[in-house]
Write a protein that binds this ligand. Structure first.
Ligand code: ATP
Length: 355
């Protein structure tokens, strides 16, 4: 006859895809009751694990129905948790300050591939080098690549002790910054089309359930574009200032304008424009500069919106190489021109928000 111990033992094989801890240990599955031929369990997931709910329910049923004397599995959702996990807009304190974070800087771009993540990572590292406590949230659900740019290989962030909604995700520390990536929460093989809605439903609680360590700045690498995910994120997070990244080509302007207009419509304060890939500096001729992508895009965008052009970052081969090796250029080669631009940009941000 199946006992509670048997059921617990089987259920302990189901793992959180983030921490790889089992769900009994995490107390995400509790109150296991065996009333044969039925087993009833309570599922109590913290919000950052919400995206795993469907998979967990399936695995719980599969595992328990393997017992010959069990033909019904009932899963109760912990009420306290499910209420706070609800996606209903009215249930959330909009733009409530996040405990442990003083200022949020959002890095965005009208389209992908302009170097938004590179800029976000190097701003975060440069702020940390100024002695500021800095975090980085990779919210680019379509291509969460900041962990690899920072050489972070562990995919399993730890969670604090406690159970259910009391648990907090512990950021991963690298080069003096605290990193959390939405990539940690995306289940392997999850189609891109589901990631946007997933982000919308979890981001509002998620940021409040990370153990942020009294940060001066949280830099957020937003997803590119102006879709639902970006709008939802911008509306749910109390952004102190947004930076729009563009390239010098005039053809990129249309996308960048849309990005800027989105922030304006949402009432998000704009810090200014960063033009990436402004000039190419050949590694063997550091005094030469080639405008291989044309010029003027950043200046035009900033000018038509009455915003400062905060920085122009050159194309440097080391920037790609170092980032591929998992060390941002502002850490590995602080004397390169792009590192100096990132440092100046960090100083500007510091000056704006910290006396
Ligand atoms: N200034 C630069 N000099 C040289 N290479 C760069 C520069 N900026 C970005 N890159 C390279 O361009 C590629 C795209 O950069 P990145 O991933 O930062 O762009 P992104 O806008 O975040 O893209 P996506 O939105 O698709 O994630 C990377 O290989 C990066 O190393």
């Amino acid at each position: 006859m199946t006992t509670v111990e048997d059921a617990n033992y089987s259920l302990s094989k189901i793992l959180d895809s983030g921490s790889k801890k089992n769900l009994i240990e995490l107390a995400w599955i509790k109150n296991v009751r065996v009333i044969l031929p039925r087993i009833i369990i309570t599922l109590s997931l913290p919000s950052f694990a919400n995206s795993q709910r469907e998979r967990i329910v399936k695995e719980v049923k599969n595992i328990l129905l393997k017992f010959e004397d069990v033909n019904d599995v009932q899963i109760e959702i912990d009420n306290k948790v499910s209420q706070s996990n609800s996606t209903s807009e009215n249930n959330f304190p909009e733009l409530k300050n996040i405990k442990g974070i003083k200022h949020i800087i959002a890095i965005s771009s009208g389209k992908g591939g302009v170097g938004k993540s590179t800029i976000a990572v190097n701003i975060a590292c440069s702020l940390a080098k100024l002695g500021l406590k800095t975090g980085l949230l990779d919210a680019d659900i379509y291509g969460p690549n900041t962990p690899s740019m920072l050489g972070v290989t562990e995919e399993n962030p730890k969670v604090t002790d406690g159970s259910g909604n009391d648990q907090r995700l512990i950021p991963i520390n690298k080069y003096g910054i605290s990193l959390v990536s939405m990539g940690f929460l995306i289940e392997e093989g999850q189609p891109v089309i589901w990631r946007g809605p997933m982000l919308n439903s979890i981001i509002k609680q998620f940021l409040y359930q990370v153990e942020w360590n009294n940060l001066d700045f949280l830099v957020i690498d937003l997803p590119p574009g102006t879709g639902d995910a970006q709008i939802s994120l911008s509306q749910s997070v109390p952004i102190s200032g947004a930076i729009v990244v563009t390239t010098p080509q005039k053809v990129s302007l249309q996308d960048a304008r849309r990005g800027l207009a989105m922030f304006k419509q949402l009432g998000v304060p704009l810090l200014g424009v960063v033009e990436n890939m402004s000039v190419f500096i050949p590694p063997d001729m550091p005094n030469k500069k080639y405008e291989i992508f044309g010029k003027g895009g950043g200046k035009i965008l900033a000018g038509e919106n009455n915003l400062p052009l905060l920085a122009q970052i050159p194309i440097e081969i080391e920037l790609v190489n170092d980032s591929n090796k998992g060390v941002p250029i502002s850490i590995s080669e602080p004397d390169k021109e792009s590192s100096i631009r990132f440092k100046e940009l960090a100083q500007l941000i510091k000056k704006q928000f910290i006396n």
